[in-house]
Ligand binder design. Structure first.
Ligand SMILES: [Zn+2]
Length: 173
């Protein structure tokens, strides 16, 4: 991964660019001032993936844990690969879910962690509430990539029909 890494064990708040990016994606559905990003070496040997702990490790905050090798100093920087920014948007969807009152631990147990847990299909009857937390996060991640003119499973109109966040609003892309 390219981009400058945050120091191991460091906990940081958002860069100005990240805050602007998340405002663009989530609008008022995410309080970005509550987000903290922890570069966590333990994850290098366990899941090797980022995850959102919501508020249960740090009440009042929305904590994202990143393995040190993926914990960039700025996920919205000009040298940040689009894939890293998209993963960041995915994790911040879980922060928005948590801030809206979803218990992430319980919802993750219900959603599961197989490839199928993340796969989604959109149609005329699709509703946001019908998607599990991972499917919702994939929809937001893909709507973000679609807006950045990357190839995605559906077009922006399909995402706009189901996703409640500004990132999927069609028209001004
Ligand atoms: Zn996820």
């Amino acid at each position: 991964m390219s981009g400058v890494l945050a120091p191991p064990w460091s906990v940081r708040s958002l860069s100005e660019g990240e805050a602007a990016l998340l405002n663009e994606v989530f609008g008022s559905a995410l309080d970005v001032s509550r987000l903290r990003i922890w570069s966590c070496p333990i994850l290098n040997w366990t899941t090797r993936r980022a995850f959102c702990a919501g508020g249960w490790l740090w009440p009042g905050k929305s904590l994202l844990l990143y393995p040190t090798k993926a914990a960039l100093a700025d996920f919205a920087g000009s040298r940040t690969p689009i894939s890293a920014t998209a993963t960041f948007v995915h994790e911040c969807t879980h922060a928005a879910q948590s801030q809206a009152g979803v218990n992430l631990l319980w919802a993750k147990l219900k959603a599961g962690d197989s490839d199928d847990s993340y796969r989604y299909a959109l149609g005329p009857d699709s509703r946001w509430e019908g998607l599990n937390i991972e499917q919702q996060a994939m929809v937001v991640e893909h709507a973000f990539l679609c807006r950045r003119r990357r190839k995605t499973p559906y077009d922006l109109d399909a995402y706009a029909a189901v996703c409640p966040y500004p990132v999927a609003c069609a028209g001004d892309g």
